[in-house]
Design a binder for this molecule. Sequence first.
Ligand code: AMP
Ligand code: GLY
Length: 426
Amino acid sequence: MKVLLIGGGGREHAIAWKLAESELVEKVFVAPGNGGTALEAKCENRALMGEEAVAFAQAEGIALTVVGPEAPLAEGIVDQFRKAGLAIVGPDRNAARLEASKVFSKDFMSRYGVRTAKSRAFSEYREALVYLEALALEQRLVIKADGLAAGKGVLIAETIGEAKDALFSLMRERTLGDAGKAVLIEEFLDGREVSVLAAVSVRPGVRGVIRPFVAARDHKRRFDGNAGPNTGGMGAIAPVMDFSPAAQADFIRHILEPTLRGMEAEGFDYRGFIFFGLMIHRETCYLLEYNVRLGDPETQAVLPLMDADFARLCLAMLDGSLAKFPLAWKRGAVCAPVVVADGYPGAYCKGNRISIDRARFAHANARLFVAGAELRGTELYTAGGRVFAVSAYGQDAFTAREQAYSALEALRFDGMAFRKDIGSVL
Ligand code: AMP
Ligand code: GLY
């Protein structure tokens, strides 16, 4: 069958590779894709704008469409495809509000008893300010913009003063536009973060199912030791050694199961992926957020461990057979450091040639997942802040890390930068 994959980042390169591995799949069109998907076996990039995707899928006889990023999901791409009778993996627009509106998402959590940080929602600046002023001084708070903000919508305030500044810039100055129309003021939770990706198959009138994947950990800060500014993710490791069986059981009971019951009760049509962003404090899990898609760069670490046919998994999510789908995982670990252009997440250079010492790269048990690089002729050139991830397998996390960093020695470009501690810090 022919598959269409929407998106063009590192996550999509990993999904395209995993889809292409399936014997069911004859071709993967990636829209728009990147320099990595252009080189991947069975894959072909296509530039498709908005509505063009439906027409393309019909004309090409696409049997399955998979959506990588949140923006098209929030805009209702799933509704459009289903209306046209096309098979697509993802939540519909209504269910995508679990990510697209933090206020909606928090209400959902409290309605169905999903354990999360305490918070209050505000759509009036004055009211939010009065609330802040009544709080005890010098407590850490988290201020969150309601809408999608490409990872920039969460501000951690060390003091009430900082919280007030954040509120002013979001709600009055509208630094993030309409995303800041409403905000959440939330208690700060201390602990270790874990990302759990999962496959969901929920439809009105039938019993739903959520199948979690092996857990992963992203490293969001730019510099070693979790220092410096937040980024889109500097690397991931899977599985997470400190996500204990007790914490996993707590996650199932207090987060996954109430989420599933909530989706059923709301009458969602949610046949797609979900991402649980967890904070774990002494074996107790709190849900920080839902994303209605796979994570980036978590996907680059998790999919190489999946010992199952990804295309068949997608079909099982759609046809209601997910509960009995043989979802298995390889033993061992994958470490996936992300390589960025120097200066990122601030200003950085583009257009530098990436040189690859293929013999040396082949020595490490690794694959390259491109995020921001384009193909010119037969060579890759940098085209974004996050340029690529190297996903290396090892029998344990230590070996996976060694393999990943040895594979990185085979790659070079001017201004190449990366963290050296992916998978070795909490
Ligand atoms: P979110 O988009 O809600 O996942 O927030 C982005 C990041 O902000 C998370 O990955 C955490 O690192 C941090 N964060 C969000 N909410 C909280 C909280 N209540 N306490 C501490 N850190 C938080
Ligand atoms: N790694 C975090 C995200 O995908 O949102």
